[in-house]
Design a protein around this ligand. Structure first.
Ligand code: URA
Length: 241
């Protein structure tokens, strides 16, 4: 199937789609020996020979990885301007240009999906596919049954109504409570803001599952490829085959 030249270049890991457009406009991209300056130009990844600055570009294989993000890493690629550690340090040995699917806060731990498959990434994040994201939240104070019931009904936050797919009391831990909370949407700080609305500040947050994919026993700071079974289930869960 033919794809637009900038899409081809970004999927091949050369650069982002926007920067790829710039390369094309600057006349640095050749297809089968001819300079291409037309952004609408389509290439056949199987047949066409694409070069950037005279170097051949090979299509990348699709890669699907999960990382157990530890606390105190930013979910961004490359160094951070303020010197904080970023997840790039944990995925150094992945040659494909994978990017994180959504974000976890600096101090949130757990399951982060990384891929170079833009279509899958969009669907995992889009509320339309209702892909549940499961979190373990250690909150301050004892959550009583009445509050738990209220938490299941939803609440008005400053940027609109929010309602988790499920809330479960896992156990009390001293003066705190461990909750399992499921959301299929990904507004910024949604879990922390939601639980704070009920007067329970989140002390620790960890994502344990995205749709059918579970973090399992993956050690903090480590990554692994999804296996065939997990991939098939994930694709199915977002309507891809
Ligand atoms: N909700 C939050 O509040 N933080 C995260 O990192 C993820 C979901």
């Amino acid at each position: 199937m033919k794809v637009r030249i900038n899409k081809f270049l970004s999927e091949a890991g050369v650069t982002s789609r926007r920067k790829a457009e710039k390369l094309v406009l600057e006349g640095r991209v050749k297809v089968n020996g001819q300079v291409v300056r037309d952004l609408a130009f389509k290439v056949d990844p199987e047949r066409d020979r694409v070069e950037v600055d005279g170097k051949p570009v090979k299509p990348q294989r699709k890669r699907y990885v999960i990382l157990n993000k530890p606390c105190c890493y930013l979910t961004q690629l490359g160094p951070s301007p303020d010197g904080r550690k970023t997840i790039s340090e944990l995925i150094k040995n992945i040659p494909e240009r994978v990017f994180p699917v959504g974000r976890l806060d600096y101090n949130t731990e757990g399951l982060l999906l990384l891929t170079n498959d833009g279509e899958l990434a969009n669907r995992v994040l889009h509320p339309r596919y209702k892909l549940p994201k499961v979190y373990l939240a250690l909150v301050e104070g004892k959550v009583d049954q009445k509050t738990l019931k209220a938490m299941r009904k939803g609440a008005q936050l400053e940027d609109g109504f929010a309602k988790p797919d499920a809330v479960r009391l896992v156990r009390y831990e001293g003066k705190d409570t461990l909750l399992e909370v499921v959301f299929h949407e990904g507004r910024k700080h949604i879990v922390k803001r939601y639980l704070a609305h009920f007067g329970h500040r989140v002390k620790r947050l960890k994502r344990t599952q995205i749709g059918p994919v579970k973090l399992g026993k993956l050690a903090p700071g480590k990554w692994r490829d999804l296996n065939k079974g997990e991939l098939a289930q994930l694709f199915k869960a977002v309507g891809l085959t």
